[in-house]
Design a protein around this ligand. Structure first.
Ligand SMILES: Nc1ncnc2c1ncn2[C@@H]1O[C@H](COP(=O)(O)OP(=O)(O)OP(=O)(O)O)[C@@H](O)[C@H]1O
Length: 300
């Protein structure tokens, strides 16, 4: 069941679309990654979902089972959160809880619960200025969860962190997704592959690829050959491109990447091809393309 849906969501700045007719559906109970290069429109999309900015056009619908203003049901950690360094972690979270409208008593209870969930129980009385990058992000996540939202939106939660902080947050997200639905943005495919169930790939304001992680991995895992020859293979390539078992070929000087329908037929045909032998083989490798190959193509 979808938790939040958009229809032709668009945001224009000075006539240019930062987000361009985006229709997406975020499922409840899963972790969804919004993946894309810098400037793709991820933050703008998330800011419209949270209600921080108004769309130029399009609709946003939150699951009707959860009544009232959708902002009540969303927790948000911005890309560059502002912390008050002079506050303790505990003060910061309970301050956020009261801002979210919780009573003093409820705010205290929820602060305890969330600090323990994000693993900051022991450091709760330390000043935020003394926290590491990973601890600050965990505090930011506790703040986003404090009113127990149905959906927590995290904008690039690991991008600014060192490898240790990154690991802390990815592990925390794995725990969190058992309690709440998560939507997070990232420009790193590996992060999306590690924690998400669904992926939307965004480029230039549009969603260009979407699906379940395993479905996408399977779809883009195609058998491929990497062939390198001593002489240029342009002439040979035109005859290869006519074969029914060739899906796609990409020639970079004397290096050819050939994605094919099926390995055995292609390997037999290639190795028996006298023209290939005349070009003198330097390398002949059977491999598989991956989601990463596709993503790198998108990034470029
Ligand atoms: N307030 C604004 N005024 C004008 N242009 C904007 C504004 N906010 C975003 N943009 C433009 O919209 C496009 C998308 O920006 P956005 O921040 O949503 O991308 P992003 O995918 O989150 O990238 P990043 O990872 O760099 O934050 C960019 O070209 C950006 O310059």
């Amino acid at each position: 069941m979808s938790l939040i849906e958009t229809a032709r969501l668009t945001k224009k700045y000075n006539g240019n679309a930062a987000v361009d007719t985006v229709s997406l559906s975020i499922r409840e109970g899963v972790c969804t990654a919004l993946l894309g290069p810098n400037g793709a429109g991820k933050t703008t999309t998330l800011n419209m979902l949270t209600g921080l900015i108004k769309p130029t056009e399009g609709e946003i619908d939150f699951n009707k089972n959860y009544a009232g203003d959708r902002r009540k049901h969303i927790g948000y950690l911005p890309q560059y959160p502002k912390f008050y360094g002079w506050m303790t972690g505990e003060e910061y979270v309970s301050f956020s809880a009261e801002l979210a409208g919780l009573s003093k008593k409820k705010a205290k209870e929820s602060t305890n619960k969330m600090l323990s969930l994000v693993g900051l129980e022991e450091d709760r009385r330390k000043k935020v200025s003394g926290y590491s990058g990973g601890m600050k992000q965990r505090l930011g996540i506790a703040q986003a969860l404090v009113h127990e939202p149905k959906l927590v939106i995290l904008d690039e939660p690991v991008s600014a962190l060192d490898p240790i902080g990154r690991r802390e947050i990815l592990e925390l997200m794995k725990t969190l997704k058992q309690h709440t639905s998560i939507l997070f943005s990232t420009h790193v495919l590996h992060d999306a592959e590690e924690v998400s169930d669904d992926i939307f790939i965004m480029k230039k304001g549009k969603i260009i690829i979407e699906g379940g992680l395993s479905e996408l991995q399977q779809k883009y895992q195609q058998p491929a050959f990497f062939i390198e020859t001593e002489k240029a293979m342009d002439n040979w390539l035109s005859s290869i491109n006519e074969k029914s078992w060739v899906r796609q070929s990409k020639l970079d000087k004397k290096k050819l990447t050939l994605t094919v329908e099926e390995v055995d037929t292609a390997r037999d045909a290639l190795l028996k091809d006298p023209m290939l032998h005349k070009l003198k083989l330097l390398k002949f490798e059977v491999a598989k393309t991956s989601l990463e190959d596709l993503f790198m193509k998108v990034m470029r």
